[in-house]
Every structure is written in structure tokens, then in C-alpha cells.
Design a protein around this ligand. Structure first.
Ligand code: ATP
Ligand code: MG
Length: 175
């Protein structure tokens, strides 16, 4: 594809499974077309994810997770907030620089809903981004302002999930 089209703001939200994996589906498509991609994961789990392992040493994919402060145990709220802010500064630079055709901001809604990053600031960065850049935001409870600003919004609705009958996350499927 030689012609450079305008990118999109895409939001995957809702309480059903599939938000992050839908974003990763776009990542696969873009990488297949040799387009540069960045992924920033705002919630860092204890274990390595399949996507993180996939990204190791892969040219064209800039994959980042937040620092140690940003987990759901341990540090004080101030440490969480600072880690979230630092992550957002990195994300802002990635979106604004235009080096990547697709930038995924995984679980950004979490950071917004905690009030660690201002929605207005995120909307300003999205609005001012280079034209060809597609930004994919995932996470539950996307704020209305983000939904309004997006070109494409899909809400995953949980109909059934094995977690409901006590089945833990399955490597290769859930992480
Ligand atoms: P995935 O990364 O599998 O696409 P997701 O991004 O839609 O899921 P998150 O809210 O980020 O969902 O949570 C990720 C983890 O929580 C995954 O292990 C996923 O299977 C699990 N999960 C997602 N939705 C549900 C749900 N409705 N009930 C229980 N667990 C869920
Ligand atoms: Mg997710």
C-alpha cells in the first residue's frame, strides 16, 4: 500500500473478553504489511504475556509495559499514579512522533478512570497526532469523551466466560 491514508482512533471497550486480543489482531495485520507498530501496556501483570514474548526481538514492533510501580499490589497510590503518568508521557511521545503507523494504548481507560491522566490531555494528543497514525485504545468503561472522539468503537459484551465457573486464565488464550 503506497498511498498514505488517514489513520483512525479505535476504542475496544466493554466487560467481555476480546479487547486486547482485537487490538493485537490489528498489530498482526499492520506488521504483516511491514508497517511499524508500537504497543504500550498500562497494566503490567505478574507473568509475561504471550504478546510480550512474541514481541521479543521482533523488528518493527516497539512493545512496552509499565515499570514495577504499576501493579495491583504493593506500592502506594502515589507510586501508581507516578508510574501511570510516566507511561503516559512515553505513549504521548510515541503517538505524536509519527514513527509508527499503529500505536496501541492497552488498558489506557484504566489510567483515565483512576484519574491518573486527564482525559482532556489524551484527547488533545489524539487530535494533534500525525494524520496517518492509527491509535487503538482498550479497556473497560471507556469515558464518553473518548467514545465521542473515536472513529470506531466496539463494546465487547460478556455472554459467558470460563472464569465464572472458576477456570483460571489459559496461557496462549488469555495471556
Ligand atoms: P483479552 O486480553 O483476552 O482480549 P480483554 O482485554 O478483553 O481480554 P481485560 O479486561 O484486559 O480483558 O482482562 C484480561 C484478562 O481477563 C484475560 O485473561 C481475560 O480472559 C480475562 N477476562 C476478560 N473478560 C472477562 C470477563 N468478563 N470475566 C472474567 N475474565 C475476563
Ligand atoms: Mg485487555
Amino acid at each position: 500500500v503506497s498511498e498514505e491514508r488517514d489513520g483512525l482512533v479505535i476504542v475496544y471497550t466493554g466487560d467481555g473478553k476480546g479487547k486486547t486480543t482485537a487490538a493485537l489482531g490489528i498489530v498482526v495485520r499492520a506488521l504483516g504489511r511491514r508497517l511499524p507498530v508500537a504497543v504500550v501496556q498500562f497494566v503490567k501483570g505478574q507473568r509475561k504475556t504471550g504478546e510480550g514474548l512474541f514481541a521479543e526481538g521482533l523488528a518493527g514492533l516497539d512493545f512496552r509495559t509499565l515499570g514495577e510501580g504499576f501493579t495491583n499490589r504493593g506500592p502506594s497510590p502515589e507510586v501508581h499514579a507516578a508510574a501511570a503518568r510516566a507511561g503516559w508521557e512515553e505513549a504521548r511521545e510515541l503517538v505524536s512522533a509519527g514513527r509508527h503507523r499503529v500505536v496501541v494504548l492497552d488498558e489506557l481507560t484504566y489510567v483515565l478512570n483512576y484519574g491518573w491522566v486527564e482525559l482532556a490531555e489524551v484527547l488533545a494528543v489524539l487530535a494533534a497526532r500525525p494524520r496517518a497514525t492509527t491509535v487503538v485504545v482498550t479497556g473497560r468503561n471507556a469515558p464518553q469523551g473518548l467514545v465521542d472522539a473515536a472513529d470506531l468503537v466496539t463494546e465487547m459484551r460478556c455472554v459467558k466466560h470460563p472464569y465464572m465457573r472458576g477456570v483460571p486464565a489459559l496461557p496462549g488464550v488469555d495471556l
